[in-house]
Design a protein around this ligand. Structure first.
Ligand code: N01
Length: 554
């Protein structure tokens, strides 16, 4: 047995199970359900006070999903998808959280979920073929499988601004919002950041605040959501054909969302036809705006036509031409950063109580006890809202001290960027699975579609192993190396790497800049994963380290 680090010497093994799952968001909940279906014992550890993952933490004003409700939901249970009623085209955060809670209750998941418990470390014991998992309160559990369902946008990040600890007002991060409603009435509020979270919250905060200052470093492209109540007719239409629509989204689409797949490129249309096409997308609302043509994310001149259209819209909506100019993005192709979806975002800058502050040319120098100082001016503030994003995809995994074979930690192995085979496993870390990890479509897709695909793949893999008396699976280094190259090549065939985005790790000082998700599309990716499985888990090494019965009998 490999030696324990000093901090773990005093812990006692209190539990054994087949699998430890980290996180009780949508990935962890479904993983638990599937493992139970296989007759495996599993324990879920969740650092939040309840289930729901991202929807438990992101309670900021205006938070809602940018994938339509009828599609942003589980498909694994026909009864569940028939009985659940969504109220709006884009569900608000409280409703999605209610749905996660409903799922946890309906499938009796809570008895295997331990809340308020952060997993601090996990260590693979090669000789025993077991993971020893330690929680932050020093408890230890031993499991054959270690499954990271930690979410891609779970590690909220507040920039290291000088003077922040001396600020006398309240500070918030959109991704770590208080559970009690925050009332900004009568306050001078500063929002730092203009990503999806800030763009959703700014119009709502502006309605409450005495004055709202928006500190913008990089303007973003945003498309109107056109949110509305879901009509009973539309809901009925979806439910009458749910299975087929789901199947299309998972097996035919690029991003796990049912959209008409465009057949032509933007430059194949003349100016008038193109404008009509974009106008239709703008009027329809939502992220399908980028599905107008098939080359918007691979061809810069084509992309420019869509970007110009949105820049023109901004100029039409925002009455002050100087403010409109500042809001028009020019430093990245449209869609190369996650496109935002809003309700009245650009219109909010016409309000007399809202000021846009350019911190690209005059960066924040310091936080003052009563506000913020940028290069040119002081701003008095009672509250600061950080919409500054996350250490995405790897951040929440990196917070766990994971040690694999030969005493190598995952953080050491991923020091130059994450390395996985299919985004599912990393060589040297046997029996450790990552759900929607780097190297898989994950954040470029409807997350629930990708979560279900990974959970199903992992479950089928474990069933396959059990049928062959195997109890160890590991990615081979060769397969992983080839996959990393492929992920990189596909990304560089697109415009995505041209943006300083969190997809690239560019928002975290010092983080290696590598395009993390797999951009080949969910349908292509699913076929690759299914093919790997059909070939006996090609690129993975499966073995039996002891009598197979011990896997399930402990
Ligand atoms: O975070 P972001 P987010 N000083 O990283 C700025 C998903 N999501 O929480 O671009 C000043 O996108 C930063 O500026 P810059 C969705 O996938 C989905 O908004 O780095 N500014 C940027 O403007 C999304 O993409 C939904 O120059 C600083 C902003 O903060 C992802 O979550 C809703 C700064 C961060 O934007 C993350 O979105 C919400 C600094 N030091 C989120 N550091 C829906 O489903 C950062 N910024 C609708």
């Amino acid at each position: 047995m490999s030696p324990m680090p000093p901090s773990e010497k005093t812990t006692t093994t209190i539990e054994t199970c087949d699998a430890v799952i980290v996180g009780a968001g949508f990935a962890g909940l479904y993983m638990l359900h599937r493992l139970r279906g296989l007759g495996l014992s599993a324990r879920v550890y969740e650092q939040g006070g309840d289930v729901g993952g991202t929807w438990y933490w992101n309670r900021y004003p205006g938070a809602r999903c940018d994938v339509e409700s009828m599609q942003y939901s589980y498909s694994f249970s026909e009864e569940l998808q028939q009985e659940w009623e969504w109220s709006e085209r884009y569900a608000p955060q409280p409703e999605i959280l209610k749905y996660a809670n409903h799922v946890a209750d309906r499938f009796d998941l809570r008895r295997d979920i331990q809340l308020n418990t952060r997993v601090a470390a996990a260590r693979f014991d090669d000789a025993e073929n077991r993971w020893s998992v330690t929680t932050a309160d020093g408890k230890q559990v031993s499991a054959t499988y270690f499954i990271l369902a930690t979410g891609c946008l779970s590690n909220a990040r507040i920039p290291d601004l000088p003077g922040l600890s001396d600020f006398k007002g309240k500070t918030y991060h959109t991704g770590h919002w208080p559970h009690k409603p925050v009332d900004f009435t009568g306050l001078r509020v500063g929002v730092i950041g203009t990503g999806s979270s800030a763009i959703q919250s700014i119009p709502v905060i502006a309605e409450q605040a005495k004055h709202l200052f928006v500190f913008q470093r990089t303007p973003n492209f945003s498309i109107p959501a056109r949110n509305a109540p879901l009509t009973p007719e539309l809901t009925r239409e979806w439910k009458s054909d749910y299975a087929a629509r789901r199947q299309y989204a998972r097996a035919e689409s690029r991003n796990g969302i049912l959209t008409v797949i465009p057949q032509k490129g933007a430059l194949e249309d003349n100016d008038i036809a193109r404008r009509q096409e974009y106008e239709a997308g703008w009027t329809r609302g939502g992220i399908s705006f980028m599905a107008a043509y098939n080359n918007l994310l691979v061809d810069k001149p084509a992309n420019d036509t869509a970007a110009d259209f949105v820049r023109t819209k901004i100029a039409e909506i925002v009455t002050d031409p100087e403010v409109a100019k500042l809001l028009q993005p020019h430093n990245h192709p449209i869609g190369s950063k996650r496109i935002c979806v809003d309700t009245n975002y650009y219109q909010t800058f016409n309000r007399p109580n809202v000021t846009l502050v350019d911190i690209r040319n005059a960066p924040i120098d310091t936080v003052l006890p009563n506000g913020l100082r940028t290069g040119s001016k002081d701003y008095e503030l009672d509250a600061i809202v950080f919409g500054t994003g996350f250490d995405a995809m790897t951040g929440s995994v990196a917070k766990i001290d994971i040690t694999g074979q030969n005493e190598i930690t995952l953080n050491e192995k991923w020091a130059e960027g994450p390395r996985t085979y299919l985004g599912l496993m990393s060589a040297g870390f046997p029996n450790m699975f990552v759900i929607t990890g780097p190297g898989s479509p994950s954040v470029l897709s409807n997350m629930i579609v990708s979560i279900e695909q990974h959970v199903d793949w992992i479950s089928d893999c474990l069933a396959h192993m059990r049928a062959r008396d195997a109890d160890r699976i590991e990615a081979t280094k060769d397969a992983e190396d080839k996959w990393v190259i492929h992920v990189n090549e596909v990304a560089h065939g697109t415009l995505y790497p041209q943006a300083n985005s969190w997809y690239m790790g560019a928002n975290i000082p010092g983080k290696p800049q590598i395009f993390m998700p797999y951009i080949g599309g969910v349908a292509v990716y699913r076929r690759i994963c299914d093919d790997v499985a059909a070939k006996g888990y090609e690129g993975f090494a499966l073995s039996a380290t002891r009598q197979a019965t011990s896997v399930a009998a402990e």
